[in-house]
Design a protein around this ligand. Structure first.
Ligand code: ATP
Ligand code: MG
Length: 473
């Protein structure tokens, strides 16, 4: 049989159709087979559940009627979500049962459809659900590949924000393109620069870091370009500058926003001509290093204020990576806490103590204006204070401890609802929020990255009552 072109990629995708009404079951199954899917049909939820448990059916998606004798579609959904939460389940209901179908979506169904079914709508929805699933798989495999490729032992995090940064870093690492790393203090710019260098073809060469903020004007020039013997008072020897030291490796211009204007011109010339002169020298020396630059300043604003040259800005800003703040990627906090505690224990020769639940919760609720560096400092201090015993709330800075009123209200609160539907809601809300943040709150792009239609995204934003931010489109 020759399949229509658009159907060919679906041949390996299996759908389970659960419907007690034989005619409806056969019509739906037939139309899905025509679309190129492999279809297994079940006259009741119990049969489907049994087949799933025994491995006789391993569908990529289940489409189930809601009201059936014995086991309902919602019960089947619950079982499937326990067995494998990744399998999308589409629930079909009579119009009168819409409230129950809505409950099903709350319990983790991908979507619901009302009878009589419009086959085109069914096909579209299934296509959407499977595309989302494929995308999730791709993201997962990309994440593990990135971790391997970049040897990112140092760069902890799996949030969407950090994954995007790593994707960009991975793409640019093997080129010679200058990279501008922007981000608040403590977000990991230096660590990422090191990672890019190591992942680049220059990784076996030197990584030389010039901190542009700690050098005076005159010194900066000779530090950058080197100087000839006798070129100024005190220049007793000819000295190579950072460009020469970086050789065929990488030169990181750290805090690049602090370079004085007159040195900016010279730097621009070097980047353009790829040669430079030592201070007091007349022999052009080729510039071989790859340039990375980092700043926590808003360089564009510096350009508009006239403190940073626009032409240099465009030279350095060929490829920009914006590092997320820790507040934007709180999902990474647990892994970061664990890794940083191990690192600190290694660095200071301390025992790595357990972290008590209330201390952990206090860290998760904090906003970390100083980002990962602040987290690291807080943990180091707490581990010293705890001196080998478990780290408690009292080992954390006062600012992180809940006020007495907060403490009392926490104590009164019901325990967290960890039911499956509640967890699914939390996960979905988080993923949507992350996607919106990552795409500047532009819904079309966020929906694309989530592998769902914009319409479905809007529906979910409304359903979860997600608050629009100023940039929301
Ligand atoms: N993703 C991460 N995983 C593990 N450690 C991290 C991560 N990001 C940052 N760190 C650690 O946090 C600390 C601060 O990072 P780094 O010095 O790279 O920040 P920065 O952005 O260059 O800050 P500044 O603007 O102040 O120079 C370092 O100890 C670094 O190892
Ligand atoms: Mg830095």
């Amino acid at each position: 049989m020759t399949l229509p072109k658009q159907a060919q990629h679906r041949i390996s995708e299996t759908l389970a159709v659960v419907e007690d009404e034989p005619v409806q079951r056969e019509v739906l199954a037939g139309s899905l087979e025509d679309e190129g899917y492999q279809v297994q049909t079940f006259p009741c939820a119990e049969d489907c559940w049994r087949a799933l448990q025994h491995g006789e059916c391993s569908p990529d998606l289940v489409i189930t009627d809601l009201c059936m004798k014995d086991m309902s579609g919602i019960d089947l959904l619950g079982h499937i979500k326990e067995l494998n939460p990744e399998i999308p389940v589409v629930v079909v209901s009579a119009f009168a049962d819409v409230p129950q179908a809505v409950d099903a979506v709350r319990a983790g169904a991908f979507h619901f459809l009302t009878k009589p079914l419009e086959l085109d709508a069914v096909h579209n929805l299934i296509h959407e659900a499977l595309a989302k699933r494929r995308l999730e798989h791709e993201v997962d495999s990309l994440r593990s590949r990135l971790t391997e490729e970049l040897g990112l032992k140092g760069l902890v995090g799996q949030s969407q924000h950090l994954t995007e940064v790593l994707t960009q870093a991975n793409r640019v690492a093997r080129t010679d393109v200058p990279v501008l790393l922007m981000g608040e203090s403590g977000t990991g710019k230096n660590l990422l620069a090191k990672t890019i260098h190591l992942a680049s073809l220059r990784g076996s060469g030197p990584l030389v870091t010039l901190n542009c903020s700690t050098l005076g004007e005159g010194v900066l020039e000779s530090e950058l370009f080197g100087h000839e013997k006798g070129s100024f008072t005190g220049a007793e020897e000819t000295r190579p500058g950072y460009f020469e030291q970086a050789a065929e490796g990488t030169l990181l211009l750290d805090e690049v926003g602090e370079i004085p204007l007159h040195v900016q011109v010279k730097l621009l010339n070097v980047l353009q001509d790829r040669t430079f002169l030592r201070v007091g020298g007349s022999q052009p020396i080729p510039m071989q290093a790859r340039i990375l630059a980092a700043t926590n300043k808003d360089l564009q604003q510096a350009v508009s204020e006239g403190t940073f040259r626009e032409d240099l800005y465009y030279r350095l800003n060929v490829f920009t990576i914006q590092l997320p703040t820790l507040r934007e990627r709180k999902a990474d906090l647990p892994a970061l806490i664990e890794r940083l505690m191990e690192t600190i224990a290694d660095e200071y020769g301390l025992e790595c103590p357990p972290l008590q639940r209330d201390a952990h919760d206090a860290l998760l609720s904090y906003s970390f204006p100083g980002n990962v560096r602040e987290l690291k400092n807080i943990l180091a201090r707490a581990m010293v204070m705890a001196s080998g015993s478990p780290v408690t709330l009292n080992d954390l800075p006062v600012a992180l401890r809940p006020t007495p009123e907060q403490g009392a209200s926490l104590a009164r609160n019901e325990p967290e609802d960890n039911s499956l539907p509640e967890q699914v809601t939390r996960l979905e809300t988080r993923l949507i929020e992350e996607a919106l943040d990552a795409h500047n709150r532009v819904k079309t792009r966020a929906a694309e990255s989530l592998g769902i239609s914009e319409r479905l995204l809007r529906y979910k934003i409304k359903k979860y009552n997600l608050t629009p931010r100023p940039k929301d489109s």
